[in-house]
Design a protein around this ligand. Structure first.
Ligand code: SAM
Length: 248
């Protein structure tokens, strides 16, 4: 049985992960693996984040150690570089980590010098995991709900990072736009997204949203680039589009 014991390096080392042998690739939102803590094996679907977050260290084991996920490093660095170019002090920025999960991105920004970070996720399991694994990283961590925008305004968000949390049924265009509406002019936003969601024929609505925000002068893209996100379970590199933008 995979337990929810307090994380320690020994229990994390004990976790073993195996990926399915597939003759053809499955969609990114259908990927899965099996995990053993030494006794038995249990299946985890990647998009069942709640179950993954409940096992200390499992998210890192699957995505960082095995699938070589790099998005948290790439996007944190891109955000910091843009802030430096504008001579803004990272430690003074009030940063929202949207779709924060277990705090992986926040921890990276904290390591780089960020001191005012607010996490947001839809899952209580994500917040619990962030509090357990990175207790000193976030000033606060809200769950999506009626209080969310009030929390963000009270915190005074002026910088946003959102890593691997748009599309695939995760954060939808409506929530992203609501969050954008709380930002003051001059705010910097760094996010990444799988390119398919920006296709004009894609039904997710992100193509329309970004087009409209740019046309209305509410979002100005500063930099876009294709980057390695992680490997798929069948070993293909998966790429995302990184975007750094500002609220004019
Ligand atoms: C792939 S994980 C990325 C987590 C983190 N950003 C990282 O890079 O390690 C996607 C996260 O988005 C969260 N999420 C999904 N739908 C959401 C929503 N409607 N609002 C906020 N967060 C959401 C999930 O719970 C999950 O923690």
């Amino acid at each position: 049985m995979i337990t929810q014991a307090a994380p320690n390096s020994a229990s994390i080392r004990q976790l073993r992960v195996a990926f399915p042998q597939q003759s053809f690739p499955v969609g990114q939102d259908a990927e899965w693996c099996v995990v053993s803590d030494g006794d038995s094996w249990r299946e985890f679907r990647f998009h069942d984040y709640a179950q993954i977050y409940e096992v200390p260290g499992l998210y890192e084991k699957i995505f960082i150690e095995h699938l070589k996920s790099r998005s948290h490093l790439i996007m944190a660095e891109a955000l910091v570089r843009e802030l430096q170019a504008r001579k803004r002090c990272l430690s003074e920025c009030r940063i929202l980590d949207l779709g924060a999960g277990n705090g992986h991105v926040g921890a990276q920004l904290h390591e780089l010098g960020a001191r005012h970070l607010w996490g947001v996720d839809v899952l209580p399991e994500a917040r619990r995991a962030a509090q357990r694994q990175h207790p000193h990283v976030y000033t606060g961590y809200s769950l999506v709900g009626p209080q969310l925008l009030k929390d963000l305004k009270a915190f005074g968000v002026n910088t946003v990072i959102c890593v691997a949390a748009l599309g695939f049924g995760d954060i939808d265009p409506e929530l992203f736009e609501q969050v954008m509406s709380t930002l003051p002019s001059g705010s910097i936003i760094a996010f990444n997204i799988k390119e398919q969601f920006l296709n004009s024929l894609d039904p997710s609505g992100f193509n329309r949203l970004f087009g409209r925000l740019e046309t209305q002068g509410k979002l100005k893209s500063l930099r876009q680039w294709r980057h390695f996100h992680r490997f798929s379970t069948w070993g293909d590199p998966l790429h995302y589009l990184g975007v750094v933008a500002e609220c004019p």
